[in-house]
Design a protein around this ligand. Structure first.
Ligand code: SF4
Length: 342
């Protein structure tokens, strides 16, 4: 069945006309799905019952069925949602005063296989459709009763491996005819796919780019991201510079800190050089893997690493670990539910 959010304007207008419905019904439908985050036709009370019935036989209003919802003490919410083919994906809402950020998935599984990532271990199943991506933003917005303030594409999957659907979804999320979120409030996080970064730059949108770099030399990076989806740092650097030139946006280098792997003073120096080379800022994330081999450094070591970057004039932050109690990192909720079902 076709998803309502994947119908172009003209097709829905023609369909409504064929049903003998006035043109203003289209506006009402869009108000429900984008303005009021409706997930069922039953909610669309100002549409005639007969029209709701006809719509329900032709078009899907929402593509996700929530299988589980977990809320942490800091009000971080994590959902596991089932898609129509039975696959499941994760979405996380991170709440802060004046800021509600939803972290969305773009694939079922992932081909990249970063060593400390639970999603990578699950293998790749399929790309999400544009509606399945947009509906995660709808799900989180419905939870808080208003549009989220930020979208980060940092959940399951490598977004640039699902380029076409990602761009279509982001256009719907940021269009005034869609959800209407400001483009500058969207961040796309990639493991570093130079071709995809260039293509994204060429969309000419002021979306923010974050690159999960995790190591600032190719040898160490090879221990974290296996071939064939690991690009050379020089190529990533060039792509980041192209992105800045085309969009005017400063890229963030995401760096997961793992004790005894990438957290020494020498590593900090290499990262500072890389950040300067591509005019990027750095976001440090103490590792939150379920694998004890990838433990985070103790807090004082993380602070020291941050200090080393700052001493070298790099704009850097150490990320607060929101959602720690429910393990808000790629793939982990899905693993927990799968274990329960076994
Ligand atoms: S961290 Fe991201 S890119 Fe790497 S395996 Fe996990 S989902 Fe894929």
């Amino acid at each position: 069945m076709i998803h309502l959010k994947e119908l172009d304007y003209r097709t829905l207008a023609d369909w409504l006309d064929k049903q003998g419905q006035p043109a203003f019904r289209q506006k009402q439908i869009y108000e429900w799905i984008y303005g009021k985050f409706a997930t069922s036709y039953d909610e669309m009370k100002n549409l005639p019952k007969i029209l709701r019935e006809e719509l329900s036989t032709e078009f899907l209003p929402f593509s996700l069925e929530v299988v589980s919802r977990q809320e942490d003490d800091d009000k971080t919410v994590k959902w596991l949602s089932q898609l129509r083919d039975g696959n499941t994906i994760e979405t996380v809402l991170i709440r802060a005063p004046k800021r509600n950020t939803v972290c969305i998935s773009t694939q079922v599984g992932c081909k990249v296989h970063c060593v400390f990532c639970a999603t990578g271990k699950q293998g790749f199943k399929r790309n999400l459709t544009p509606a399945e991506i947009v509906d995660q933003v709808v799900l989180a917005s419905k939870e808080i009763g208003e549009l989220v303030t930020n979208v980060v594409v940092m959940g399951m999957g490598e977004p640039l491996h699902n380029f076409k659907n990602l761009v279509e979804a982001l256009n719907q999320i940021t269009s005034p005819d869609g959800l209407g979120l400001g483009a500058r409030h969207v961040t796309i996080s990639t493991s570093g796919i130079p071709k995809g970064i260039r293509l994204l730059a060429d969309q000419g949108k002021p979306w923010n780019l974050a690159v999960s770099i995790h190591a600032a030399n190719d040898e160490l990076r090879a221990k974290i991201i296996p071939p064939p989806h690991r690009a050379k740092l020089d190529d990533i650097k060039e792509a980041i510079n192209h992105y800045r030139e085309r969009t005017g946006r400063m890229t963030t280098l995401e760096y997961v800190l793992v004790d005894n792997l990438n957290a020494s003073n020498e590593h900090a120096q290499q990262l500072a050089d890389l950040a300067h080379d591509c005019h990027a800022k750095v976001n440090l994330i103490p590792c939150n893997s379920d694998n004890p081999m990838f433990a985070p450094p103790p807090p004082d070591k993380c602070e020291k690493f941050l200090g080393s970057l700052e001493k070298r004039a790099v704009q850097a932050t150490l990320r607060m670990r929101k959602g720690k109690g429910i393990q808000a990192a790629c793939g982990q909720l899905k693993q927990q539910v799968a274990k329960k079902d076994e």
